[in-house]
Design a binder for this molecule. Sequence first.
Ligand SMILES: Cc1cc2nc3c(=O)[nH]c(=O)nc-3n(C[C@H](O)[C@H](O)[C@H](O)COP(=O)(O)OP(=O)(O)OC[C@H]3O[C@@H](n4cnc5c(N)ncnc54)[C@H](O)[C@@H]3O)c2cc1C
Length: 379
Amino acid sequence: MIDFELTPKDQEIINLAREQGKIAQRYASYYDRHEDELPPEQFPEANGLPNPIDLAEEASDSSGARILHSLVMHEIYGAGIALHRSRWGLGNTVLDTVAAPEQIEKWKNHTIAIAITEPGAGSDPANIRTTATFDRETDEWVLNGEKIFISQAESADAAMVFSRFVDANGQRGMTTFLVEKGTPGFTVGPQLRKLGIRSHDTCNLLFENCRIPEFNHIRGDFKSTMSVFNDSRPMVGAMALGVAHAALDFTREMLAKSGIEIDYRGSIRSRSAITDRFLRLEATFEAALLTVLRSKWLEQQDVPPKVEASIAKAAGGKAARKITQGCIELLGPEALAEDHPLDRCFRDGRIFDIYEGAGEIQRLIIARSILDYTSRDLR
Ligand SMILES: Cc1cc2nc3c(=O)[nH]c(=O)nc-3n(C[C@H](O)[C@H](O)[C@H](O)COP(=O)(O)OP(=O)(O)OC[C@H]3O[C@@H](n4cnc5c(N)ncnc54)[C@H](O)[C@@H]3O)c2cc1C
């Protein structure tokens, strides 16, 4: 039987995440305007409080640790509007999933960004042009290429770089390398100016004859490497819904201030148009959150989600766009004022339908699964 029930201890961790998100919320406007400054790992008011993400990861007695983790991210994004700075990067998940034990041991405490996207290679990694050529004389790989829009590029200790390779025997394929900061030939560009999530550091990376020891070659097969997205996509859906949640809360509050209480009783005939529209946005939110919980619940049962991860990502990203825009429509011109939380929710919410696989790509994956098509049949 499907069950999303959490233990009282899990609920305490979620409450802690909400509390810390609310602290971060006080700084959201500042970091939205000062995008060259990275927020601290912990705000002064949160000093001494445990990190809810660490607690969620360590909650071995939880009834649903995977579900708990997404709900913690949901709360942090909901209140803090994407202000959270993580010590964990998606490159860490690749390391844990496919690296050799001695590689995991060496880099387990590093923050590792993931570097896939290139000019002309975003949705389709088959277009990646970064190359790694093996140098027999020095036993090193020589990496050349450019990566764009890389999250945590500045704050991470290393990047997990997706690249084409030509090995010593002339074999070709796609693989990953862990490139540490400070490696000659590896340059991190300046912070990019973005529409939203401006508190996140996002930069381009350049590799120019960058020499990497063979030890840094993460040899896991490419399919397993790509499977990390089955874990991260529902998580991004949860984060998107956090922003949508913040927009709904704020709109409810603003409507109440102008004398409009959202009344959940009665039928469609007795509701005002504004209440009806608000309830429809809430229903969109609830439905999308269920897709996230279902995907994480499957993970919890050791059934790797595939299409369910794409459904959760597509539903979360689309809901964030629809809900933040719908809230602006409900509040009218007032909602468009700069420095208004809704303005930021609207801009932050847009990103979740782009990164970790755009909404259109998730819908392609879902369609292939329903129609039993391969990626060659439907692209
Ligand atoms: C703030 C931010 C942070 C990011 N962080 C990272 C990161 O850490 N690491 C990383 O590697 N990348 C990162 N990205 C890049 C992100 O993953 C890509 O932008 C995304 O995958 C889309 O790729 P693209 O920009 O090349 O667009 P394209 O792939 O060129 O797509 C452009 C548009 O066309 C649509 N489209 C593409 N193909 C199809 C198709 N077959 N059918 C229908 N529609 C299609 C897309 O959905 C999109 O709307 C980040 C991006 C942003 C904005």
